[in-house]
Each structure stands twice: as structure tokens, then as C-alpha cells.
Design a protein around this ligand. Structure first.
Ligand code: MN
Length: 289
């Protein structure tokens, strides 16, 4: 097992911790991006205010521990997300969305936004959006795990993607829990709060613990409460070229997406990216190096 530390970055005015990608760990299964937002106080001038921006070739999975965020997108979705619910957006060939903390409903924000790369078969396909409000929970020892994507501990989420993957939020109390693993999957656990010992390796808030496939079982011990996000899936075999909000296969594909987004920014729509009305300003793409 090895421990990696998330680095600080900024998204939509909010300081976040980015656990994936890392130089030495690009993907965990299809999971290719992991941002930990908060816990942060939301004020009239500070919060999550991410104006219209495009995505291609990925799913975004937004999962809150605390707070309220409104998602709007170019498919016409307008969805409030609360803790315990999952927003799963599929970019495919192209989608535009905006995300904003709902300051009336909550003055705090805490959660994760995760990206999953789409495989060759769907990455240039139709965009989509789904909200999953009813997700299963499984218990082991002193832990309760909510399965927000895929299957875990005998329970299956209503959210699934084409590439085999799992995403679980483990709320741990002082004590021990034991979980069996899918031997063909690779896994990592991000510690979003507290600290834990997982198969004898310590992990604390802001750290990602990663291990090789073929580990059969996971034993988690904590001395207090802890919040752990487990990500896993079949190893990702396809090439990836990630830049800004685009998950592609090559630099030229990203250059094309930047051009298509510039065309959108000029008039508010383009053949690739449909229109999205928002009170927030659209975000320009940074130039490719
Ligand atoms: Mn986004």
C-alpha cells in the first residue's frame, strides 16, 4: 500500500484538495479526477460559483456530505443536490454545465466531485444527466457504507457506467469494519475526515491510500469517527489525454474541443456545445501548452 497527499487547488472561488490525478497515479479503474471540496463556510461573497463550462469524454459524479448545490446543464437539467444523493453527468461528445452553492438552503459546503473516463464505445456519444436520490447502505462492524456507484458489500447503486467501477462513502465510528474486495479491481481510499488504519496502513484527512489488485479483504480500524471515500474499478487500459475539463485521447482532440468552446463563448451555442442560460459568466478554456 502507498499513501499520496492531495494538493490544494481552486475551483469556482473555492479552495479544494485534489487527490487525483497524481503524477504517480493517473487513474484508479476509470476514476481519473477527485476533488475534495470543503468543509467550508458559504457566504454571499464566498462559495462554489462555477459558471458555464464544457466537458467531453467523462462522467462527473458529485457527492455531498453537507450543503446544497444547484446543477444546471445544456440538456435543460436544473437539479438541487443534497447530501446522500448523487448527480451523475455524462459528457460524451459534449455538454455544458454550471454549479452553484445554494446559499439559501445551506451556509456550509462539504463533498467530493469525481470524474470517470468514458470508454471508446461511448466517449463520443450522447450526453446525459441523472440524479440518484435513493442509494443503498450496507453495514459492517462500526461502519455504514453508502454505495453511490456500482456494487459493494452485496448492495448495488442505481447509478452505473459502462466500465466496471465502484464508489462508496464509508462513515466510520470508533471500531473495526471488514469488507471483501473484487480481486480484478484496483482500489484507492481517500480520507475526507478523521483518520483510519486500513490493512495496517495509516491514512488521515487529505490523503489517498492506494494498493495493488488481488487484495482480497479490507480491514478498517478507527479510534474515532472517520469519513472514507472508496474508489475502484477494472484497470483503465485506454490512453488518456486530460486537459482542463476535457478527457480525450490526444492533444489534437483537446485542441478541437477548445476551438469548439471558443465558438460557443462567442455566441452562447455551437454545433458541439448546446446553449445554457446562467447568471454566472462562462469560463474560458486555458491555452494548451
Ligand atoms: Mn464541471
Amino acid at each position: 500500500m502507498r499513501t499520496l497527499t492531495a494538493r490544494v487547488a481552486e475551483v469556482g472561488g473555492l479552495q479544494i484538495r485534489r487527490a487525483l490525478p497524481q503524477r504517480s497515479l493517473r487513474t484508479v479503474g476509470p476514476w481519473c479526477f477527485a476533488d475534495h471540496m470543503g468543509p467550508e463556510l458559504i457566504t454571499p461573497t464566498q462559495g462554489l460559483d462555477v459558471g458555464p463550462h464544457p466537458h467531453i469524454g467523462l462522467h462527473t459524479a458529485t457527492w455531498l456530505f453537507d450543503g446544497a448545490v444547484v446543477h444546471t446543464d445544456s440538456l435543460g437539467s436544473d437539479q438541487l443536490i443534497r447530501p446522500g444523493e448523487l448527480n451523475l453527468m455524462t459528457a460524451g461528445h459534449g455538454i455544458v454545465h454550471a454549479e452553484q452553492a445554494d446559499r439559501v438552503r445551506s451556509q456550509t459546503l462539504h463533498g467530493v466531485q469525481l470524474w470517470l473516463a468514458q470508454p471508446e464505445t461511448t466517449r463520443d456519444g450522447t450526453p446525459g444527466f441523472a440524479h440518484h436520490a435513493d442509494l443503498p447502505t450496507v453495514a459492517s462492524g462500526t461502519a455504514d457504507a453508502t454505495v453511490f456507484l456500482g456494487s459493494w458489500g452485496g448492495a448495488s447503486s442505481s447509478a452505473n457506467i459502462e466500465h466496471p467501477a465502484v464508489g462508496v462513502d464509508i462513515a466510520h465510528r470508533k471500531g473495526v469494519s471488514t469488507w471483501s474486495l473484487e480481486p480484478t479491481f484496483e482500489y484507492a481510499v481517500y480520507c475526507a475526515g478523521g483518520s483510519a488504519t486500513i490493512n495496517r496502513s495509516p491514512v488521515t484527512e487529505g490523503q489517498l491510500l492506494q494498493w495493488e489488485p488481488e487484495t482480497a479483504e479490507l480491514t478498517i480500524r478507527t479510534d474515532d469517527t472517520a469519513r472514507l471515500i472508496l474508489l475502484g474499478g477494472s484497470p483503465w487500459e485506454e490512453p488518456l489525454f486530460m486537459w482542463w475539463n476535457f478527457v480525450a485521447r490526444s492533444k489534437s482532440e483537446v485542441a478541437q474541443a477548445i476551438n469548439d468552446w471558443s465558438a460557443w463563448s462567442a455566441v452562447g451555442e455551437s454545433p458541439r456545445f448546446a446553449s445554457l442560460r446562467s447568471s454566472l459568466a462562462a469560463i474560458p478554456a486555458p491555452a494548451l501548452p
